[in-house]
Design a protein around this ligand. Sequence first.
Ligand SMILES: [Zn+2]
Length: 78
Amino acid sequence: MGTIDQTTYTLTCPQCLQTEKKKVLDKGSNYGGSHWQEGVDFSEFDVAWAGGGTSEPVITTAVCKKCNVPPSIVSSYS
Ligand SMILES: [Zn+2]
């Protein structure tokens, strides 16, 4: 224990193939429990988040700003 969690989200547009990777951090502590960020902004994708705080945020909708198509979303704990 004592490790702050983080999740890496990788979004890839199937049309223009641009990819962007962002980390979402749990800034909580052993004493206070989890305190997740409420999501992060992507520069190439419009992304809406749900959750944050005590629960890990998840992407609800995402779309490539250039192509207006949803990207593939890969999340990994790293
Ligand atoms: Zn695109």
